[in-house]
Design a protein around this ligand. Structure first.
Ligand code: 5AD
Length: 346
């Protein structure tokens, strides 16, 4: 197994069967070695600096019905909210004072909101020219992505969730299409966004072969950001009785992506921290270099319930930066207050 890991570090790619073996192995020493190699690669790129992003959950109204997601349109038990422009700007102001230099605007997918986003993005751009703006607002038209890029957005997060067509079908209703999602990712890249994609690990019906397909897709797509978190059931959804994904497998994938993409921006996700009390530290020690504390107004946080028990307090909260500092300090890392753009190193 070590031979594969060394080869992955050297060549940044492996044959499908080697990925399969890395994902399936029960050899704990090999997994340890994988994490160590990924950690070394992250250290060579970023030192002990961890980039922070202020996550603003701008609203939980959504037109989609993804079977796994707590804010799906058909869930009547969510208290729906939508932040106003002023509320979003207040979050940014607060975040800027705390030292954040990236704001991530994430929310449910809605139609007809383009003008509002164009206005919000250009206002943030003009007010805080030193900050990066990341959007995570789902699928849009090419023209909309282009317009928001022109208005000043720098980055866009849109996980493909799963590459396998049958698996995609299992997780999404008829109206949604994997092809459109992949098309959107292509447009985002062509429009000049630092583009992020990623998957949920352990979603119902996912096999090791699905994950290998995800790795191969991400290998071809070459995103600048890669978000990987475990699936966690949300009790009001059709998949609410399924079991959560594995943190161990999530960490393996994180390390594999770090070895494939040394300079990628890879967060230790909230879902991982929700599943494991020390998930953030474990993610960083497996090669992650980004954390995304929650800057949303406290009153909204419980309504942005993508999955059960979603962590939003302590080190997950922007007010908890001191706690986060302490937690990182314990493992020898520190928060970096720079924008933290993607920088290709070769
Ligand atoms: N478990 C884990 N992650 C989820 N997401 C949505 N629902 C869940 C869930 N039940 C993730 C998706 C989406 C991101 C915003 O949240 O991957 O892209």
């Amino acid at each position: 197994m070590r031979i594969w890991i060394d080869k992955l570090r050297r060549d940044r790619t492996l044959a499908p069967d080697a990925y399969r073996q890395l994902l399936a192995t029960e050899d704990a020493d090999a997994v340890d070695y994988l994490h160590r190699q990924a950690r070394e690669v992250a250290l060579s790129q970023f030192g002990h600096d961890i980039y922070i992003r202020g996550l603003i959950e701008v609203g939980n109204r959504c037109r989609n019905n993804c079977l796994y997601c707590g804010i799906r349109a058909a869930n009547p038990s969510v208290a729906r909210y939508e932040l106003t422009k002023e509320e979003i700007l207040d979050c940014c102001r607060h975040g800027h004072e705390l030292g954040f230099r990236t704001f991530v605007l994430q929310g449910g997918e809605r139609r007809g909101r383009y003008r509002m986003w164009e206005d919000v993005v250009s206002t943030i751009r003009a007010t805080w020219p030193d900050c990066a703006i990341t959007l995570s607002l789902g699928e849009m038209t090419r023209e909309e992505y282009e317009g928001l890029r022109l208005a000043g957005a720098d980055r866009y997060l849109l996980r493909h969730e799963t590459y396998n067509a049958d698996h995609y079908r299992m997780l999404h209703p008829e109206q949604m299409s994997r092809e459109n999602r992949l098309q959107c990712l292509q447009w985002l890249k062509e429009t000049g966004y630092q583009t992020g994609t990623g998957i949920m690990v352990g979603s119902p019906g996912q096999t090791i072969d699905c994950l290998v397909e995800d790795i191969l897709f991400i290998g071809r797509f070459r995103p600048q950001m890669i978000g990987i978190g475990p699936f966690i059931p949300q009790h009001d959804t059709p998949l609410g009785q399924c079991k959560a994904g594995s943190a161990d497998l999530t960490l393996r994938l994180l390390s594999i992506f770090r070895l494939m993409f040394p300079s990628a921006l890879i967060p230790a996700t909230t879902a991982l921290a929700t599943l494991l009390p020390d998930g953030k530290a474990r993610g960083i020690l497996a090669g992650a270099n980004v954390v995304m504390p929650n800057l949303s107004p406290a009153a909204c946080r419980s309504s942005y319930a993508l999955y059960d028990n979603k962590a939003a307090a302590g080190t997950e909260a922007a007010e908890g930066l001191d706690l986060l500092k302490q937690e990182l300090d314990k493992i020898g890392y520190r928060i970096s207050m720079v924008r933290g753009d993607y920088r290709p190193t070769d």
